[in-house]
Design a protein around this ligand. Structure first.
Ligand code: ZN
Ligand code: ZN
Length: 403
């Protein structure tokens, strides 16, 4: 049997006017998975721990996030397509607008005009023997890799995450020479890039067009490249990932999955999820394990928009779950979420998520895919870190423990 993991980001919820978005939505195909499958609820990281999407996915792929997670920076950088080496530090960046040494917009007006050219011109700077690799990411974002010897991620951000203040000076977070050295590199990078960007032709053009200049780089979330065992080594199965989110693609790249890009996918509620479903069906022809990630449910949750979340769930049911169930065979399918993002809270919470596994399973009595229905199923309440073990056991890929 092959294995398919479908994660609808932040799909779990609490009750709003007596119902969760999953309960309010019409989802005949998700319900088919529940009815013919085995169901439960899941703490993706640990009971009571609020998961980030990154730590949740690491856990669901079978890793201990408390051991392997080193921050968001290296995962974003890997997701942006930068290849990280051991000892590299990855950092998330924003193009920002600074006037009279004060940040007036942390996102340069969210205006992409000319950013690619600016990114090219600040890529490949060498500072005190450290190579800096900069790549433009969607929107106003960028990713930075510091490559050299003796680097540390124990440094503070240059991004103050507020406006009307100056760019922060990065300082070391411990007494090591490495942290002192790395914060020095970050501060020099701020200075050098500001000089390049300030008088750049693109920024003159931006100002002529009435746009804010993109004349500074803000850095945050630095992390050393995590040392993670390859997915294939850990589970004995080669995997492919289909996701529109750099953070998730980065995790998948770092564990050695193949990342399949699909045109028209945005990570928003308007994404081409139908295309993702077709790519999934296709990938299952050549991979033993396929992971499909859909982000729109989380986005609607952060917006606190119950109706948008309900509609996104109905779209997933019709445009993703239906074609997949109608077109695959000999495959165990897991349908779950990486965490709950209740629309009433607008943030990730530790509420367990619903999970259903369909395929070669011992079917239980649950017949609807919702948080409260799944909780009555035979999987009971599981920890996300054991999900791959459960799935690969069902798919007959597991090794015997003992004799
Ligand atoms: Zn998430
Ligand atoms: Zn989220």
């Amino acid at each position: 049997m092959k294995s398919l993991l479908i994660i609808c980001d932040g799909m779990g919820d609490r009750l709003t006017s007596g119902k969760t978005p999953l309960e309010a939505a019409s989802t005949p195909w998700m319900d088919k998975i529940a009815k013919e499958g085995i169901n439960g609820i899941m703490d993706s990281v640990r009971t009571g721990t609020r998961p980030g999407s990154d730590t949740a996915h690491l856990s669901l792929f079978g890793y201990n996030p408390f051991k392997v997670y080193t921050g968001r920076g290296p995962l974003e950088a890997a997701g942006a397509g930068l290849t990280l080496k051991t000892g590299d530090v990855g950092i998330r960046c924003n193009f920002a607008s600074v006037k009279d040494k004060k940040i007036v917009d942390r996102r340069a007006g969210r205006e992409e005009y000319g950013l690619q050219e600016l990114a090219n011109d600040i890529d490949g700077i060498e500072i005190d023997g450290v190579k800096t690799i900069f790549k433009k990411c969607p929107g106003h974002r960028g990713a930075l890799v510091l490559r050299g010897t003796n680097l540390s991620s124990e440094v503070t951000d240059s991004d103050p995450e507020e406006i009307n203040v100056g760019i922060r000076k990065s300082v070391p977070l411990d007494d090591s020479e490495e942290a002192k050295f790395t914060s020095g590199i970050i501060n020099k990078f701020t200075k050098i890039t500001t000089e390049i960007l300030e008088d750049h032709r693109i920024n003159e053009e931006r100002e002529k067009l009435g746009k804010l200049p993109a004349n500074a780089i803000l850095m945050r979330g630095s992390g050393i490249k995590p040392e993670i065992e390859r997915f294939e080594m850990r589970h004995g199965v080669k995997g492919a990932c289909i996701s529109a989110t750099d953070l998730i693609k980065g995790i998948c790249r770092l564990v050695g999955m193949d990342v399949i890009d699909v045109e028209g996918t945005t990570g928003h509620v308007d994404s081409n999820i139908k295309g993702k479903a077709l790519a999934t069906i296709d990938a299952l022809k050549s991979y033993e394990f396929v992971f499909l990630h859909i982000k729109g449910t989380d986005e609607a949750s952060h917006d606190g928009d119950f109706e948008a979340k309900k509609m996104m769930i109905e779209r997933i049911d019709k445009e993703v779950i239906r074609p997949i169930l109608e077109n695959i065979e000999n495959t165990n399918v897991v349908l779950t979420a990486d965490h709950s993002t209740p629309v009433s809270v607008r943030e990730h919470t530790a509420d367990p998520v619903p999970i259903a596994i369909y395929g070669d399973v011992r079917t239980d009595l649950v017949d609807k895919y919702t948080e409260r229905d799944c909780a009555r199923g035979d999987l009971n309440r599981i920890c996300g870190r054991y999900l791959m073990d459960i799935l690969f056991d069902l798919s007959n890929k597991a090794k015997l423990f003992g004799a």
